[in-house]
Write a protein that binds this ligand. Sequence first.
Ligand code: CAA
Length: 240
Amino acid sequence: MARTALVTGGSRGIGAAISQALKDQGCNVAATYAGNDAAAAQFTEETGIKTYKWNVGSYEESTAGIAQVEADLGPIDIVVANAGITRDAPFHKMTPEQWQQVIDTNLTGVFNTVHPIWPGMRERKFGRVIVISSINGQKGQFAQVNYAATKAGDLGIVKSLAQEGARAGITANAICPGYIATEMVMAVPEKVRESIIGQIPAGRLGEPEEIARCVAFLASDDSGFINGSTISANGAQFFV
Ligand code: CAA
């Protein structure tokens, strides 16, 4: 039976590769996006994957959006909390707004995405929760106090959910991508980016598909005993 998957931030970057990989694995996939209508329309045209627009930082929008996805595609078996933003600034320059925007999207957004889906997973005795964290949640990063806080928080979320869901056939795991060739990393000033690549033993940025393949594995029925784990995919840049 085909599984239904929801991927937040699923029409661009790592999320788009995840949506495609889950579709290739036979899932019915819904991808959410926050604002870029043109990119979402193009993504749907190219992949046939349906997109839904809502702000993951809003519980009301998330609940309504998830209800619509479930009405269209059926109960959600797999949820990938991938939507994330950066508002980088050295701490002495970071504004409360930059702090709050990142907390709302990257951390509260995970709560808002998983919480409405969780009761159904418990009832059906199956679920796969995959949260896209970051290498910078593991090691911290200059100019990312806000982002690193959320990505470290993601690891606490999955370790706790894993314990709560295990008896109900639900797994919760995190992936910590290193620096991947996406718009988010390309937005880093070129000189800084070059220096970051110099710190990656693989000598290159990762590809979105390399993260998507980790997600596809964790989302599969075969991965049921992997629960509460963190998979690092960073070209040997950092070891926990
Ligand atoms: N390490 C050490 N020093 C750094 C640094 C770093 N990673 N990045 C910047 N600096 C230095 C600059 O060289 C500069 O030093 P000088 O004053 O001696 O020249 C100083 O810090 C910052 O200068 P400014 O006060 O002018 O900084 P700014 O207000 O203009 O902010 C910045 C610039 C936002 C920090 C910019 O440099 C930047 O975006 N840095 C990259 C931050 C980063 O790595 N973000 C990761 C994004 S990718 C991602 O998040 C995906 C993921 O999960 C991996």
